[in-house]
Design a protein around this ligand. Structure first.
Ligand code: FAD
Length: 484
């Protein structure tokens, strides 16, 4: 065996997974077909749950120190969601994907994981114990598991002959990185009376410190085939249709056409091969969800693969990657569909859609609705299906970051990549000792309820501080395998 896990594709999903496996102490090869890191501008927004996940690994502060990444409002179908700013300890940030990938690649290299570039996977075979991968230049590599994070046009998915059901793209819109004049006066989502629209998001600054924006443009007649190059003239014209002379193009740095294709693979696991990120689900980048969902797939998968490689994972732990993450991907596809309809991305000017949007916009001013929408997009509303969810409101949900005595936060306790047991009155010391190689116990003063938290930060058991040790034992066995 050459390595425990081969990760194919060093985008944000693959790099996040490599870091999770590093923390789990698993040997990993991270391969990418590109000779160097892509500088293509893609994602620009990082959501609360992804920020929390980075904080759980001690990577958030170092990432944010690499540039100026402002807090952003977020939106659902262009309706601003300021409510989340007040409620989330870590509100959304505008962090370009290139900065995230650059940061991760350096961090991984410093820990000894160097992306193997110029490694295009072209074939794979698996048996009961091994996956054998073949690269374009003829090398082969044998691993215990292979994770496909090779993006929307995944080679691994094709080699598996796995269905990728969903909807073909029916329209394209323009996405561009631009420098503008007058952008500070513009509302981020604006429609003209004749069905043209523009969406604007801050994208940090250029090396001279001048503000950059991500611009999306669409409307009647604007849906051209993907391969047709986007021109400056087209951007100027689109801006003028929506903003008149208030907003002008100063510099076009990069532009592409994106489609509204929406697809999701049926099974995230195919034997020893698992799929994550865009390789498993694609949709319009509405509400900044693609990269965030992929990075959270990786967070869910990493510690489970760790358990499988180290041999302590219970029989079905790896299966829960599919049962937990597939419904999340499906829900993202649905909310993206809802948003593109409400925003009339197709520029239909259908009066029924206009009425629906007006009604929905009014409803979205209700604080509880704002919270619901913000939590849905932030990843903070996620509740994985787990036993006993009815017995405690936090089971299945991300554990809230809490300050403990000694100035330690829960996220800091999770940096070891191990499970954490909060045992506020010290009632569970004996049971916890049986799993002390996989789970850290935090005693006196650790919150009010007893709680078992998985390495990915999700609560998998909770109860009264002096409750049944038998229940806890069962939960430890379910998530962390047999006692020592
Ligand atoms: C304009 C735009 C704006 C976006 N905005 C946002 C946003 O604000 N927020 C958000 O969350 N998402 C956003 N997205 C979506 C986001 O960019 C993707 O979801 C994200 O890149 C997916 O990451 P990934 O690692 O799964 O795949 P990718 O980033 O596609 O990485 C896949 C990697 O696999 C490699 N690869 C492919 N085939 C092979 C092979 N055969 N062998 C070896 N390597 C291979 C590729 O070279 C690539 O490096 C946006 C996308 C676009 C286009």
């Amino acid at each position: 065996m050459d390595t425990d896990v081969l990760i194919v594709g060093a985008g944000p999903t693959g790099m996040t997974l490599a870091n999770e496996l590093l923390v789990a102490g698993v040997s990993t090869v991270l391969a990418d077909k590109l000779p160097q890191r892509s500088e293509l501008s893609k994602a620009g927004g990082m959501q609360s749950r992804t920020l929390e996940a980075l904080d759980q690994r001690g990577l958030l502060e170092p990432l944010l120190a690499t540039g100026d990444y402002p807090v952003t409002d977020g939106h659902f179908a262009g309706i601003p969601l300021p409510a989340h700013l007040a409620r989330h300890r870590l509100p959304w940030r505008s962090v370009p994907q290139v900065a995230i990938e650059g940061f991760f690649e350096e961090h991984l290299a410093a820990q000894g994981i160097h992306v193997r570039r110029d490694h295009e996977l072209v074939a794979l075979a698996q048996d009961a114990d091994t996956v054998t991968a073949t690269f374009a230049h003829g090398d082969t590599l044998r691993a215990r598991y292979l994770v496909a994070s090779d993006g929307a046009h995944s080679t691994v998915r094709s080699l598996l002959r796995a269905d990728f059901p969903g909807r073909q793209g029916t329209l394209t819109v323009v996405a561009a990185d631009v420098r503008l004049s007058g952008a500070d006066q513009a509302v981020s989502h604006t429609w003209s009376d004749d069905g043209h629209w523009a969406a604007l998001f801050p994208l940090g600054t250029d090396p001279q410190g001048r503000p950059l924006h991500r611009l999306a443009l669409g409307g009647p007649g604007r849906s051209l085939p993907r391969e047709v190059p986007v021109t400056e003239e087209e951007i100027r014209n689109g801006l003028h249709r929506v903003f008149g002379s208030r907003v002008r193009l100063l510099e076009l740095r990069y532009a592409r056409r994106i489609t509204n294709a929406a697809r999701q693979i049926e099974q995230y696991r195919h034997g020893r091969v698992l799929l994550a990120g865009d390789a498993a689900h694609v949709h319009l980048p509405l509400g900044a969800q693609g990269m965030n969902t992929g990075m959270q797939d990786a967070l869910n998968l990493g510690w489970k693969l760790g358990g499988a490689v180290h041999g302590w994972a219970p029989e079905n732990l790896l299966e829960t990657y599919h049962t937990e993450r597939h419904p999340i991907g499906a829900a993202v596809l649905r909310n993206v569909q809802t948003q593109s309809l409400l925003m009339d991305w197709a520029g239909t000017r259908d009066p029924d859609v206009a009425a629906l949007r007006e009604f929905f916009t009014a409803m979205a001013q209700i604080p509880d609705v704002q919270d619901f929408l913000a939590d849905t997009l932030s990843g903070t509303a996620i509740r994985y299906p787990m036993p006993d969810t009815e017995t405690h409101p936090l089971i299945g949900r991300p554990a809230p970051d809490t300050d403990f005595p000694g100035s330690v936060r829960l996220h800091e306790l999770l940096r070891s990549g191990r499970g954490v047991l909060l045992d506020p009155v010290g009632a569970f010391a004996e049971v916890a000792a049986l799993w002390s190689d996989r789970v850290d116990r935090v005693g006196q003063g650790a919150g009010t309820d007893a709680m078992l938290i998985r390495p990915d930060g999700y609560v998998c058991w909770a109860g009264s501080p002096d409750g049944s040790a038998q229940d806890l034992k069962q939960a430890l066995g379910r998530w962390f395998g047999d006692p020592r």
